[in-house]
Design a protein around this ligand. Structure first.
Ligand SMILES: [Zn+2]
Ligand SMILES: [Zn+2]
Length: 364
């Protein structure tokens, strides 16, 4: 490990971090500041969003998987400044002071999936000794004043993009991967089920790649936000969403993107899809869903799972910088990291119309 002594003196040896010690057992603690190993960067975290997956990780909904063991520092939608480079990182072009955004997946770089570009499906998933990481899921994350990431998992923020907005690179890149998995192209009609933060990012990505019409199914203030961002809307509390979307689109949308993660919503996605269409599923259902397989087969509908992203971080950053994906409009609340319990409660209970909730590790 090579360490720049002058820089090191300015890095605090201990940091504030949200440390998870068991299901629902978390607290703001003083933790040792991590050190970057080979091909890693130590970054000062300026901004970090609460992701929809985080409450599930905190509640212990994925035992033995996310996390594999305790303690864990969650958090993976972050931006910050490079403050220390591990051995080899400078040779790869990384410099102190660079403004960066992080993403959760770091493939091993050697397996067949990584070598074919699908590092989100790394065959060494969960095995840190191979170099694999998923930060904030089973590897240490960014609900902290500092975080260490592989150079493979950080990207330079364009100068015109604020660090608060850059912290949204990870979810925005997943939204872009989602519309690409579904094959959305110029003029296509797309339906999105679930106008949460991911659905609203998927909506903006679909429009950014040229979708002709986007119909969002949901309710309440989140559905109103979808309308504000350019969608046609269907309030499922008043109508049968399948019949209504099929009526509005003259036989169903070519692409359906499922962002609600509920088995009933998955069934609706298949039922509303046009013949020959495709479906991307991004929500992770807690229970199995009984899908209308007969329709999938006889109407040649393609069903795509979407896991995080691959290769779309570089692509989404200029879209964010140009405002073609507006993350700022989704930031409803900002809290200092030390108010994490209140921030989590606000996010989970959607208090005050909460969408993206931002944490600031260095603010009081
Ligand atoms: Zn996330
Ligand atoms: Zn791999």
């Amino acid at each position: 490990m090579s360490v720049d002594a002058t820089e090191l003196a300015e890095i605090q040896l201990e940091m504030d971090a949200v440390v998870l010690r068991g299901p629902d057992a978390f607290a703001l603690e003083r933790a040792p500041t991590p050190r970057p190993a080979r091909d890693e960067l130590l970054c000062r975290v300026e901004s970090v969003f609460i992701c929809g997956t985080d409450p599930h990780i905190i509640h212990g909904h994925y035992p033995g998987f996310w996390p594999r063991e305790y303690p864990l520092i969650p958090g993976h939608e972050w931006s910050g400044i490079v403050v220390q480079t591990g051995e080899g990182a400078a040779a790869l072009g990384w410099r102190l002071g660079e403004r960066v955004a992080g993403t959760s997946h770091c493939g091993c770089g050697y397996c067949r999936m990584c070598l074919s570009g699908r590092y989100n499906l790394c065959e060494n998933y969960g095995n840190e000794s191979t170099g694999h990481r998923q930060y904030g899921h089973y590897s240490q994350g960014a609900y902290a004043q500092y975080v260490v990431h592989s150079v493979k998992s950080v990207f330079r923020a364009p100068p015109s993009l604020s660090l608060d907005e850059a912290a949204g690179m990870d979810p925005a890149s997943i939204a872009l991967h989602t519309v690409k998995r579904a094959g959305v192209g110029p003029g296509d009609t797309v339906a999105i089920l679930g106008p949460g933060p991911m659905g609203l990012l998927v909506l903006q990505c679909a429009l950014a790649v040229g979708a002709g019409r986007v119909v969002v199914v949901g309710r309440g203030s989140r559905l109103a936000k979808a309308a504000e961002l350019g969608a046609e809307t269907v309030d499922y509390t008043g109508v049968d969403p399948v019949a209504e979307v099929r009526r509005m689109t003259g036989g169903g949308p070519q692409m359906v993107i499922e962002c609600a993660g509920a088995p009933a919503s998955l069934v609706q996605a298949v039922e509303m899809c046009r013949k020959g269409g495709s479906i991307s599923v991004i929500g992770i259902p807690q229970e199995p869903a009984a899908l209308p397989i007969r329709k999938l087969v006889l109407e040649e509908i393609s069903l795509h799972g979407v896991r995080a992203n691959r290769g779309t971080c570089e692509e989404v950053l200029p879209l964010l910088a140009a405002g073609r994906i507006n993350i700022r409009t989704l930031i409803t609340h900002t809290f200092p990291l030390r108010a994490f319990p209140r921030a989590l409660e606000t996010f989970v209970n959607r208090q005050g119309g909460a969408l993206k909730v931002l944490l600031k590790p260095w603010e009081d």
